[in-house]
Design a protein around this ligand. Sequence first.
Ligand SMILES: [Zn+2]
Ligand SMILES: [Zn+2]
Length: 243
Amino acid sequence: MYLVREGSGPVERGARDTVGGWPILPAGEPWPVCFCGERMILFFQADIPADVAVFGGEHLLVFQCPVHNEAVSADDMSGELPERFWDEPPRRYHGEGAFWRIMLHRDDTDPAVEVEPYLQPRVLEVGRATERITVWSLGDALLDDRDPDEVFAARGDGVDEFKIGGVPCWAQERESFTCPCGAELRFVCQLPENTGFDKQPHQPEQNFTFGPGEYGLFLGNMVYIFACPARCHPAAAWPVNQN
Ligand SMILES: [Zn+2]
Ligand SMILES: [Zn+2]
Protein backbone atom coordinates (compact mmCIF):
# COMPACT_ATOMS: atom_id res chain seq x y z
CA MET A 1 0.00 0.00 0.00
CA TYR A 2 1.18 3.52 -0.78
CA LEU A 3 0.20 6.77 0.92
CA VAL A 4 -0.26 9.86 -1.23
CA ARG A 5 0.98 13.12 0.27
CA GLU A 6 1.52 16.62 -0.99
CA GLY A 7 5.20 17.29 -1.59
CA SER A 8 7.06 20.54 -2.08
CA GLY A 9 8.72 22.16 -5.05
CA PRO A 10 7.41 23.36 -8.39
CA VAL A 11 5.51 21.12 -10.81
CA GLU A 12 7.21 20.88 -14.18
CA ARG A 13 5.52 19.82 -17.38
CA GLY A 14 6.06 16.06 -17.58
CA ALA A 15 5.74 15.48 -13.83
CA ARG A 16 3.66 12.32 -13.39
CA ASP A 17 2.55 12.50 -9.74
CA THR A 18 0.69 15.79 -9.37
CA VAL A 19 -2.35 17.72 -8.26
CA GLY A 20 -3.34 19.73 -11.32
CA GLY A 21 -0.44 20.24 -13.71
CA TRP A 22 -0.19 18.75 -17.17
CA PRO A 23 -2.24 15.56 -17.61
CA ILE A 24 -0.51 12.58 -19.22
CA LEU A 25 -3.52 11.20 -21.06
CA PRO A 26 -4.04 7.76 -22.61
CA ALA A 27 -3.29 7.53 -26.35
CA GLY A 28 -6.22 8.84 -28.37
CA GLU A 29 -8.09 10.25 -25.35
CA PRO A 30 -8.70 14.01 -25.37
CA TRP A 31 -8.84 16.14 -22.21
CA PRO A 32 -12.20 14.99 -20.77
CA VAL A 33 -15.33 17.11 -21.15
CA CYS A 34 -18.39 16.92 -18.87
CA PHE A 35 -21.83 16.04 -20.23
CA CYS A 36 -22.58 19.76 -19.75
CA GLY A 37 -19.80 20.76 -22.13
CA GLU A 38 -17.30 22.12 -19.56
CA ARG A 39 -13.75 20.85 -19.77
CA MET A 40 -13.06 18.85 -16.63
CA ILE A 41 -10.53 19.67 -13.91
CA LEU A 42 -7.51 17.40 -13.52
CA PHE A 43 -7.68 16.84 -9.75
CA PHE A 44 -4.69 14.53 -9.59
CA GLN A 45 -2.62 11.97 -11.48
CA ALA A 46 -0.12 9.40 -10.25
CA ASP A 47 1.93 6.45 -11.41
CA ILE A 48 0.81 3.33 -9.59
CA PRO A 49 3.92 1.66 -8.16
CA ALA A 50 4.87 -1.57 -9.92
CA ASP A 51 4.31 -3.80 -6.89
CA VAL A 52 0.68 -2.73 -6.34
CA ALA A 53 -1.65 -5.63 -7.09
CA VAL A 54 -3.49 -5.61 -10.46
CA PHE A 55 -2.81 -2.00 -11.46
CA GLY A 56 0.94 -1.67 -10.81
CA GLY A 57 2.60 0.24 -13.66
CA GLU A 58 -0.57 2.06 -14.75
CA HIS A 59 -0.92 5.84 -14.76
CA LEU A 60 -4.06 7.02 -12.92
CA LEU A 61 -5.85 10.30 -13.75
CA VAL A 62 -8.90 11.67 -11.90
CA PHE A 63 -11.03 14.43 -13.45
CA GLN A 64 -14.28 16.15 -12.41
CA CYS A 65 -16.36 18.96 -13.86
CA PRO A 66 -15.74 22.48 -12.45
CA VAL A 67 -19.53 23.05 -12.30
CA HIS A 68 -21.00 19.66 -11.39
CA ASN A 69 -20.21 18.45 -7.89
CA GLU A 70 -22.43 15.61 -6.71
CA ALA A 71 -22.24 12.31 -4.89
CA VAL A 72 -22.33 9.10 -6.91
CA SER A 73 -24.45 6.75 -4.86
CA ALA A 74 -27.73 4.87 -4.78
CA ASP A 75 -29.81 3.01 -2.19
CA ASP A 76 -29.07 -0.27 -3.88
CA MET A 77 -25.32 0.00 -4.24
CA SER A 78 -23.58 -2.95 -5.81
CA GLY A 79 -24.31 -4.23 -9.25
CA GLU A 80 -23.55 -4.72 -12.90
CA LEU A 81 -22.54 -1.61 -14.76
CA PRO A 82 -23.85 -1.11 -18.31
CA GLU A 83 -21.91 -0.82 -21.56
CA ARG A 84 -19.76 2.34 -21.67
CA PHE A 85 -20.77 3.23 -18.09
CA TRP A 86 -17.91 5.77 -18.06
CA ASP A 87 -19.75 7.80 -20.73
CA GLU A 88 -23.32 7.09 -19.63
CA PRO A 89 -23.46 6.03 -15.98
CA PRO A 90 -26.66 4.39 -14.78
CA ARG A 91 -29.04 7.14 -13.72
CA ARG A 92 -29.91 5.50 -10.43
CA TYR A 93 -26.49 6.44 -9.06
CA HIS A 94 -26.88 10.19 -9.47
CA GLY A 95 -28.57 12.91 -11.45
CA GLU A 96 -27.73 13.71 -14.97
CA GLY A 97 -24.64 12.40 -16.69
CA ALA A 98 -20.91 11.70 -16.51
CA PHE A 99 -19.43 14.70 -14.68
CA TRP A 100 -16.22 12.82 -13.83
CA ARG A 101 -13.72 10.70 -15.73
CA ILE A 102 -11.15 8.37 -14.18
CA MET A 103 -8.55 6.83 -16.46
CA LEU A 104 -5.76 4.28 -16.22
CA HIS A 105 -3.22 3.51 -18.91
CA ARG A 106 0.33 2.43 -19.75
CA ASP A 107 0.70 4.46 -22.94
CA ASP A 108 3.92 6.28 -23.76
CA THR A 109 2.20 9.62 -24.32
CA ASP A 110 3.41 13.18 -23.87
CA PRO A 111 1.94 15.54 -21.28
CA ALA A 112 -0.84 17.82 -22.51
CA VAL A 113 0.23 21.18 -23.89
CA GLU A 114 -2.05 23.12 -21.55
CA VAL A 115 -1.79 23.18 -17.78
CA GLU A 116 -4.82 22.58 -15.55
CA PRO A 117 -6.17 26.11 -14.91
CA TYR A 118 -8.38 25.68 -11.81
CA LEU A 119 -6.00 24.14 -9.28
CA GLN A 120 -2.63 25.17 -7.93
CA PRO A 121 -0.23 22.51 -9.22
CA ARG A 122 1.37 20.43 -6.47
CA VAL A 123 3.87 17.62 -6.45
CA LEU A 124 2.50 14.40 -4.98
CA GLU A 125 4.68 11.95 -3.11
CA VAL A 126 3.61 8.32 -3.34
CA GLY A 127 5.29 6.56 -0.45
CA ARG A 128 5.27 2.93 0.59
CA ALA A 129 3.47 2.26 3.86
CA THR A 130 2.11 -0.67 5.80
CA GLU A 131 -1.61 -1.32 5.60
CA ARG A 132 -3.35 -1.93 8.93
CA ILE A 133 -6.52 -3.97 8.66
CA THR A 134 -9.26 -3.85 11.27
CA VAL A 135 -11.70 -6.74 11.26
CA TRP A 136 -15.00 -6.06 13.02
CA SER A 137 -16.49 -9.52 12.72
CA LEU A 138 -14.85 -12.68 11.49
CA GLY A 139 -17.69 -15.05 12.28
CA ASP A 140 -16.55 -18.53 11.34
CA ALA A 141 -14.45 -17.33 8.41
CA LEU A 142 -11.22 -18.78 9.78
CA LEU A 143 -12.67 -22.22 10.47
CA ASP A 144 -12.14 -23.45 6.92
CA ASP A 145 -9.01 -23.66 4.82
CA ARG A 146 -8.99 -20.19 3.37
CA ASP A 147 -5.86 -18.04 3.42
CA PRO A 148 -6.15 -15.81 6.52
CA ASP A 149 -4.78 -12.82 4.56
CA GLU A 150 -7.62 -13.12 2.05
CA VAL A 151 -10.18 -13.50 4.80
CA PHE A 152 -8.94 -10.35 6.54
CA ALA A 153 -8.87 -8.37 3.28
CA ALA A 154 -12.39 -9.51 2.41
CA ARG A 155 -13.86 -8.71 5.84
CA GLY A 156 -11.63 -5.96 7.19
CA ASP A 157 -11.10 -2.25 6.66
CA GLY A 158 -7.74 -0.68 5.85
CA VAL A 159 -6.55 2.73 7.02
CA ASP A 160 -8.59 5.83 6.18
CA GLU A 161 -5.95 7.70 4.17
CA PHE A 162 -5.32 9.04 0.69
CA LYS A 163 -3.77 5.83 -0.57
CA ILE A 164 -3.10 3.65 -3.60
CA GLY A 165 -3.54 -0.10 -3.24
CA GLY A 166 -4.25 -1.85 0.02
CA VAL A 167 -7.71 -2.45 1.42
CA PRO A 168 -10.55 0.11 1.33
CA CYS A 169 -11.73 1.61 4.61
CA TRP A 170 -15.49 1.41 4.18
CA ALA A 171 -17.68 3.98 5.92
CA GLN A 172 -20.82 1.96 5.14
CA GLU A 173 -21.55 -1.44 3.59
CA ARG A 174 -18.88 -2.66 1.20
CA GLU A 175 -19.82 -2.36 -2.47
CA SER A 176 -18.82 -4.31 -5.56
CA PHE A 177 -19.37 -3.72 -9.24
CA THR A 178 -19.07 -5.77 -12.41
CA CYS A 179 -17.72 -4.31 -15.65
CA PRO A 180 -19.71 -4.93 -18.85
CA CYS A 181 -16.71 -7.00 -20.00
CA GLY A 182 -17.53 -9.43 -17.19
CA ALA A 183 -14.66 -8.65 -14.81
CA GLU A 184 -15.32 -7.61 -11.23
CA LEU A 185 -13.96 -4.12 -10.61
CA ARG A 186 -10.96 -4.00 -8.26
CA PHE A 187 -9.88 -1.39 -5.75
CA VAL A 188 -7.33 1.16 -6.93
CA CYS A 189 -7.27 4.20 -4.67
CA GLN A 190 -9.08 5.89 -1.75
CA LEU A 191 -9.50 9.52 -0.71
CA PRO A 192 -10.75 10.38 2.80
CA GLU A 193 -13.68 12.69 3.41
CA ASN A 194 -13.18 16.36 2.55
CA THR A 195 -9.87 15.94 0.74
CA GLY A 196 -9.32 19.46 -0.59
CA PHE A 197 -7.22 20.72 -3.48
CA ASP A 198 -6.14 24.39 -3.44
CA LYS A 199 -7.72 26.40 -6.22
CA GLN A 200 -6.02 29.15 -8.16
CA PRO A 201 -6.87 32.45 -6.43
CA HIS A 202 -8.66 33.91 -9.47
CA GLN A 203 -10.98 30.93 -9.91
CA PRO A 204 -14.48 30.94 -8.38
CA GLU A 205 -15.36 28.96 -5.27
CA GLN A 206 -16.52 25.44 -6.08
CA ASN A 207 -20.26 24.80 -6.03
CA PHE A 208 -21.26 23.24 -2.67
CA THR A 209 -17.71 23.62 -1.42
CA PHE A 210 -16.72 22.14 1.94
CA GLY A 211 -13.67 24.38 2.29
CA PRO A 212 -13.24 27.92 0.96
CA GLY A 213 -10.33 28.12 -1.44
CA GLU A 214 -10.47 24.39 -2.11
CA TYR A 215 -12.04 22.14 -4.69
CA GLY A 216 -13.06 18.60 -3.78
CA LEU A 217 -14.31 15.48 -5.50
CA PHE A 218 -17.92 14.26 -5.19
CA LEU A 219 -19.08 16.77 -2.55
CA GLY A 220 -16.26 15.78 -0.22
CA ASN A 221 -17.60 12.26 0.26
CA MET A 222 -15.18 9.42 0.81
CA VAL A 223 -14.05 8.24 -2.62
CA TYR A 224 -13.15 4.65 -3.44
CA ILE A 225 -11.90 4.25 -6.98
CA PHE A 226 -12.49 0.86 -8.55
CA ALA A 227 -11.38 -0.12 -12.05
CA CYS A 228 -11.64 -2.98 -14.49
CA PRO A 229 -8.70 -5.38 -13.99
CA ALA A 230 -9.02 -6.48 -17.64
CA ARG A 231 -8.43 -2.83 -18.67
CA CYS A 232 -11.09 -3.16 -21.38
CA HIS A 233 -11.15 0.66 -21.74
CA PRO A 234 -8.90 3.36 -20.23
CA ALA A 235 -11.96 4.94 -18.56
CA ALA A 236 -13.43 1.66 -17.22
CA ALA A 237 -13.29 2.94 -13.63
CA TRP A 238 -16.00 3.76 -11.11
CA PRO A 239 -16.04 6.12 -8.12
CA VAL A 240 -17.81 4.75 -5.05
CA ASN A 241 -18.92 7.46 -2.60
CA GLN A 242 -19.83 6.96 1.06
CA ASN A 243 -20.04 9.09 4.16
ZN1 LIG B 1 -20.58 19.60 -15.85
ZN1 LIG C 1 -13.87 -4.25 -18.24
